[in-house]
Design a protein around this ligand. Structure first.
Ligand SMILES: Cc1cc2nc3c(=O)[nH]c(=O)nc-3n(C[C@H](O)[C@H](O)[C@H](O)COP(=O)(O)OP(=O)(O)OC[C@H]3O[C@@H](n4cnc5c(N)ncnc54)[C@H](O)[C@@H]3O)c2cc1C
Length: 431
């Protein structure tokens, strides 16, 4: 499913960013570099930018196009925090360090906004995020989170919205209450990642597209990265940013991560007033179900709606209609709206949904386990990885303590087991 293709997947984002898409050459000769980065998604590109600005000679190798993976086809929701939740992070690294990481995630959002402003990346940024509860009993999770943020993480900007007030922010009877986070936002992720690549190149990095890494060998004092077609990059340090597609490059990392399919559908243009009647302030919205759904409207006034998960590699039959069914549960008034786009992508889940960020010696570095919430955490991971690459390993090593067990039975059996396990959560999402 979603195997690499030489061009972007046919998404709303690809269709609305044609003028941003620059073709880059494939690696045509072997070369040397201080650092080689595998994968031109958010994580790889952030690392490349930091290291180039620190004076390193950096080469990025991308199997397909910049932003081909999750970074160019996601829901575009910028959300602070980490997919595993703060209590679990605190459980492995303690209160003080977890608090520092929470602050880093807030800083990451500001870094992203700063980059958009400094590099003039006009990627349809809209401020504000709204988390909502579908089930009455999960309203308490919202209020608990507000309290936790205030007492443990020093974050006092969340605003609770009760059922009576919710229609001012979200016009759907499906939802019981919500939390507004003014530090969250939504963006056009493909425009953003393409703008980021432009900034990376302006910092002196060479990015090669259509250059699939097939493996690497560690020698005394260097790493040789093999590229399909026979070329190689010899470097001092290697960053693995291939995310859900790392399998061929580093099997040990792949064993600890399961690529899970997840899907997005986009309606036809509904018009500005119809969009504002659904989500009056155009927040990015997600619900707090185990198998969550997320949505927002686009710059050209469509509804973009994400959800569904497949653990066994398939795509739901008639994907546009399948997405429409979910949309109608939230917004029955869209019964006659046509679906213009529908696509899927892989998220990289770890067994306990914990981050898997780390290093081997001072040579091989990686970050995975973003579990469908990577827009902000990839920025945090890049900060920690690149500071470790320059000798300040302490904060990355807080994550080395996290044990991410391999999925028993590999991708197929692991997928089956997750599918069965998630069946239980699906039931709990109903009542
Ligand atoms: C449908 C969907 C919706 C999502 N919605 C959200 C959201 O709203 N908010 C949020 O925070 N997160 C969301 N996510 C998750 C988020 O997009 C990811 O966590 C994040 O983009 C991961 O970035 P990355 O750089 O690690 O990986 P990627 O963006 O996947 O980049 C990896 C790159 O490596 C390349 N590559 C792979 N193998 C090789 C190789 N052998 N050689 C060279 N290159 C290689 C790939 O082509 C790809 O371009 C979503 C993900 C999906 C799929």
């Amino acid at each position: 499913m979603f195997r690499s293709s030489p061009q972007h997947t046919d998404t709303y984002y690809a269709a609305t960013s044609r003028e941003w898409q620059v073709e880059r050459p494939a690696l045509a000769e072997s070369m040397t570099a201080d650092v080689c980065v595998v994968g031109a998604g958010f994580f790889g590109l952030y690392c490349a930018l930091e290291l180039a600005r620190a004076g390193k000679k950096v080469v990025v190798l991308e199997a397909s196009r910049v932003g081909w993976g999750a970074s160019g086809r996601n829901g575009g929701q910028m959300i602070i925090g980490f997919p595993c939740g703060m209590q679990r992070l605190k459980g492995v690294m303690g209160q003080e360090r977890a608090r520092e990481m929470f602050d880093e995630s807030r800083r990451a959002v500001q870094q992203i906004r700063g980059l958009m402003a400094d590099e003039r990346i006009d990627c349809d940024l809209v401020e504000g995020h709204l988390e909502v509860a579908v089930l009455p009993r999960r309203v308490a999770d919202l209020t608990d989170w507000i309290e936790e943020c205030e007492t443990e993480w020093g974050y006092r900007r969340l605003q609770f919205v009760d059922k009576a007030e919710l229609p001012k922010f979200l016009n759907s009877s499906r939802y019981q209450a919500g939390i507004i986070d003014p530090e969250g936002a939504h963006i056009h992720p493909l425009k953003y990642v393409l703008g980021l690549a432009r900034a990376v190149e302006a910092a002196g990095v060479r990015i090669f597209e259509q250059s699939r890494v097939e493996g690497y060998e560690e020698g005394p004092g260097s790493v040789t990265v093999r590229v399909a077609g026979g070329m190689a990059v010899k470097c001092d340090q290697l960053v693995l940013g291939a995310n859900a597609y790392v399998d061929k490059v580093e099997r040990k990392l792949a064993a600890r991560m399961l690529p899970v399919g997840t899907f997005i559908g986009v309606t036809e243009v509904l018009g500005e007033s119809a969009c504002r009647s659904l989500i009056p302030h155009n927040h990015a919205v997600y619900d707090n179900q185990f198998i969550l759904e997320y949505f927002r409207t686009t710059a050209d006034h469509r509804l973009l709606f994400g959800g569904k998960c497949t653990y066994l590699g398939g795509t739901p039959l008639n994907l546009p209609e399948a997405m429409k069914t979910n949309i109608l549960r939230a917004f029955p008034s869209l019964k006659t709206a046509k679906m213009d786009y529908a696509w899927g992508g892989h998220i990289d889940i770890t067994m306990r949904r914990m981050p898997d960020w780390g290093r081997r010696d001072d040579r091989i570095f990686w970050a995975q386990g973003f579990c469908g919430h990577g827009l902000v955490p990839t920025r945090v991971a890049a900060t920690l990885v690149t500071e470790a690459m320059q000798g300040r390993t302490e904060r990355l090593d807080w994550f080395q303590g996290i044990v991410n067990p391999p999925f028993p039975g590999g991708e197929r059996l692991g997928g089956l087991m997750q599918a069965v396990g998630m069946g239980w959560y699906r039931v709990r999402d109903l009542v």
